[in-house]
Design a binder for this molecule. Structure first.
Ligand code: SF4
Length: 279
C-alpha cells in the first residue's frame, strides 16, 4: 500500500480522548496524558450501572439514528449486480453466492449475450452452462440452479419470473436472500430484508440482532426496521461492509456511526464496547 493511504488513525493530540472522556464523564488516565484509550471501560458506581442497564440497542430512537447516519453515508445506493430484467437479476444473484459482485459482473454480460432469453437457458443442460459460469466458483451447483430455475419459470410461470415470495421459493437454488434481492431491487417489493454476509456481520455489530442464522437475523431486522427501509437498509449496509465496516479490520476511526456503535471488535472507540456484539 502506498504511503499515506492507509486507514486514518486518530491524532495523538488528546482531542479525541478528551471528547471520549467528556461523553463517558471520566477523568484523564494518569501517566499518559493525551493517549487515545481504546475501549477503556471505567468501573461505574452502582447507580450509574443501573442507568446503563436501561440501554436498549433496538430502541426506536437508536434505530432511527442509525438509519439517518446510513443515509448520510450512502444517500444513493442500489444493487451492484448488473442486470436489465428480473431474470438477469435472478441469475446474477444465484451466481453471486460465495463470489463477489465484481466477479459476477465480469461474467454476466457475455452470458446474457450468449443466452438472451429464459427459454435459451431452459434448453440447456447444467453441464453445458458450467464453462460459462466456472469463474464464479461452485459452478456445478450454480449451473444446476440456473438451468433448473429457467425450466421451472418456463413450465410453471409462463416464462415470467414471479413477483411473489412463495412462488420464487419454489425455484431451484432460490432461498429467501435471492428472492428478497429480486423482489426488492427489480419489483420494488420490500417483503423481507436481504441478509448476506455484510448484513449478517454488521447487524450483529450494531446489536440489531444477536442471532447467527440468516433467517432469524432477517426476522429480527423486520421487527426493528420500518418496512419502507427494508430494501434500502440492505443496500446501504452492503456498501458499508465493503467500504468501512469490513470483516477483519473495520475502519472505525473513519465511521460516522462510531459513537453509537458498541461492537466488541471495533478497532477504535470513544464509547464502551460490548463483547458479545461481534461479527
Ligand atoms: S464503528 Fe466500526 S464496527 Fe461500528 S459500524 Fe462503524 S466500522 Fe463498523
Amino acid at each position: 500500500m502506498a504511503r499515506g493511504v492507509g486507514p486514518r488513525r486518530p491524532a495523538r493530540t488528546g482531542r479525541q480522548a478528551r471528547a471520549a472522556r467528556a461523553m463517558a464523564g471520566t477523568k484523564p488516565a494518569a501517566g499518559k496524558p493525551g493517549r487515545v484509550q481504546t475501549a477503556r471501560v471505567e468501573k461505574k458506581p452502582a447507580a450509574a450501572k443501573k442507568a446503563g442497564s436501561a440501554y436498549d440497542p433496538v430502541a426506536p430512537e437508536r434505530v432511527t439514528e442509525i438509519l439517518k447516519r446510513l443515509d448520510g453515508l450512502y444517500p444513493e445506493v442500489k444493487c451492484a449486480l448488473t442486470h436489465s430484467s428480473a431474470w438477469e437479476l435472478l441469475v446474477a444473484t444465484i451466481l453471486s453466492a460465495q463470489s463477489t459482485d465484481a466477479n459476477v459482473n465480469r461474467v454476466t454480460p457475455e452470458l446474457f449475450r450468449k443466452y438472451p432469453t429464459i427459454e435459451a437457458f431452459a434448453a440447456l443442460t447444467p453441464e453445458q452452462l458450467e464453462p460459462d459460469v466456472r469463474s464464479t466458483g461452485v459452478f456445478r451447483n450454480k449451473s444446476k440452479s440456473v438451468v433448473g430455475a429457467a425450466k421451472k419459470v418456463v413450465s410453471d410461470f409462463g416464462g415470467q419470473v414471479p413477483d411473489d415470495m412463495d412462488k420464487l421459493l419454489t425455484l431451484p437454488g432460490v432461498a429467501r436472500k435471492t428472492a428478497n434481492v429480486v423482489l426488492g431491487s427489480w419489483f420494488g417489493k420490500g417483503v423481507g430484508v436481504v441478509v448476506d454476509t455484510h448484513v449478517h456481520r454488521i447487524s450483529r455489530r450494531l446489536e440489531l440482532t444477536k442471532q447467527d442464522d440468516p433467517q432469524k437475523i432477517e426476522q429480527d431486522l423486520m421487527k426493528v426496521l420500518p418496512q419502507q427501509r427494508w430494501i434500502l437498509f440492505s443496500h446501504q449496509i452492503i456498501h458499508h461492509g465493503r467500504k468501512l465496516c469490513i470483516a477483519r479490520k473495520p475502519k472505525c476511526a473513519e465511521c460516522s456511526l462510531e459513537n453509537i456503535c458498541h461492537a466488541g471488535d471495533k478497532t477504535w472507540s470513544t464509547v464502551d464496547m460490548h463483547k458479545n456484539a461481534t461479527a
